[in-house]
Design a protein around this ligand. Structure first.
Ligand code: B12
Length: 353
């Protein structure tokens, strides 16, 4: 987690509490509108808003904040329908005005405050203009029928059916690559959309992830049977990033291409990353970030690796949802590539490793 230009986590908590209290002082209707649960969520959101703003400022990316606010407004519009869209906008506008006042008061780095203020003003514009766009299941997949059957089986909590839909598709000739990219990927995105709209609870999201990972394991005998190419890759998520399914999928697809992959999963501490790299000496390291507030952790890890790896023996690739809004980092970070799809990454790896 990043710590703003504040010195430590307790200071960040203090600022969060200050903003929370001030909003209740200024807006007398709030205490009757928000249940205890919503108050707790509001505290978490304030903390998270500061954290994402901090990441946007440090990574010099207005897009990080703009994308986040658009996402947050949609979430609140779905989750606080009872208050109505205008009232949600009032809450959020006031929240960002208070955040700006307090940042000016507590942060003594002039450049930081200047940039953060611009990003906050952008956020207020987005809030004022926001209109909810309804989302439908994206039917982009070439395998939409399998994708639909699969998501329905997940939502019905029928794990046997989930497994047989995929295993049958593979038996009848659908490639594992297509299953991963054209079925699992859009289905997991849709699971995320359903959670976002409040149509499923987080336990269903966890369940869909667990079942999908179980089905992926059932494909291992095929995945591991391709000839090896003597290339090694390590893949992981940094910070407190829990979204590890994307890199797990990439590891499996690289295994299919003959690579030996060492998949370390979510939230790997820096010391473990360094010792793994020393032990396995991989040609390629994949770092995945989904939540923008972990971008700084990723940057620091890259810097530590480059400090030790003077001859640039390890190639570093970064990717994941957080980079969609921070393409500028492609030039600014000491990385070898930034990719958003498996095809892009494997093409690059074939040419460069
Ligand atoms: C499953 C899931 C979870 C699971 C993760 C479990 C796991 N074992 O991975 C759990 C329940 C833990 C979780 C938690 C949270 N999640 Co969540 N989650 C998802 C969900 C539904 C699917 C993620 C996924 O697996 N997608 C499929 C994979 C294949 O896609 P991918 O990760 O993007 O990876 C692809 C590319 O990005 C790329 N790629 C990825 N990494 C790399 C690395 C390199 C080097 C390269 C080249 C490419 C690359 O290749 C992959 C294949 O194409 C998404 C919805 C979505 N739109 O993705 C939400 C989503 C990402 N989550 C979200 C949120 C908000 C959260 C939580 C804050 C709240 C919550 N829902 O509980 C917490 C935060 C936890 C944390 N600290 O990280 C939001 C993020 C919004 C935002 N502002 O960015 C999303 C988008 C849901 C939504 N629609 O609002 N989540």
């Amino acid at each position: 987690m990043s710590l703003l230009v504040l010195n430590n986590n307790s200071q960040l908590m203090e600022v969060t509490q200050k903003i929370f209290n001030k909003q209740f002082e200024k807006d007398s209707k709030l205490k009757d509108e928000l249940s205890e649960r919503r108050k707790r969520l509001m505290m978490q959101d304030i903390y998270y808003n500061i954290d994402v703003l901090d990441s946007a400022v440090k990574n010099d990316s207005a897009n990080i904040m703009n994308d986040y606010i658009t996402w947050l407004m949609g979430l609140l519009a779905y989750r606080m329908k009872d208050l109505g869209p205008q009232r949600v906008k009032e809450h959020m506008r006031m929240h960002f005005e208070i955040l700006k006042e307090i940042l000016i008061e507590v942060v003594n780095d002039e450049n930081y405050v200047k940039k953060a203020s611009v990003y906050i003003d952008n956020s207020i514009n987005i809030i004022d203009e926001f209109q909810l766009k309804e989302m439908d299941f994206t039917d982009e997949s070439r395998y939409k029928e399998i994708a639909r059957d699969y998501i329905n089986s997940l939502l019905e909590r029928d794990k046997r059916k989930s497994s047989s839909i995929i295993l049958d598709a593979v038996k009848s000739g659908t490639s594992i690559e297509d299953i991963y990219i054209e079925v699992f990927n859009p289905v997991m995105r849709e699971i995320g959309n359903l959670w976002y709209k409040g149509e499923i609870t987080v336990d269903k999201e966890h369940y869909a992830t667990a079942i999908t990972q179980g089905v992926m394991s059932q494909l291992y005998s095929r995945i591991f049977s391709t000839p090896r190419n003597d290339k090694t890759m390590v893949a992981l998520c940094v910070g407190n990033e829990l979204h590890e399914m994307g890199i797990r999928m990439l590891c499996d697809l690289f295994e299919l291409k003959g690579w030996d992959t060492i998949y370390l999963g979510a939230a790997v501490p820096k010391e473990s990353i360094m010792s793994t790299l020393e032990e396995y000496n991989p040609q390629l390291l994949l770092l995945s970030v989904t939540m923008p507030n972990y971008l700084q952790d990723c940057k620091h890890i890259i810097e530590s690796i480059r400090d030790k790896d003077e001859n640039h023996k390890i190639k570093i690739a970064v990717g994941g949802r957080a980079f969609d809004s921070s393409q500028n980092l492609r030039k600014e970070w000491n990385i070898d590539t930034m990719a958003s799809t498996f095809d892009e990454l494997i093409d690059w790896a074939c040419k460069n490793i």
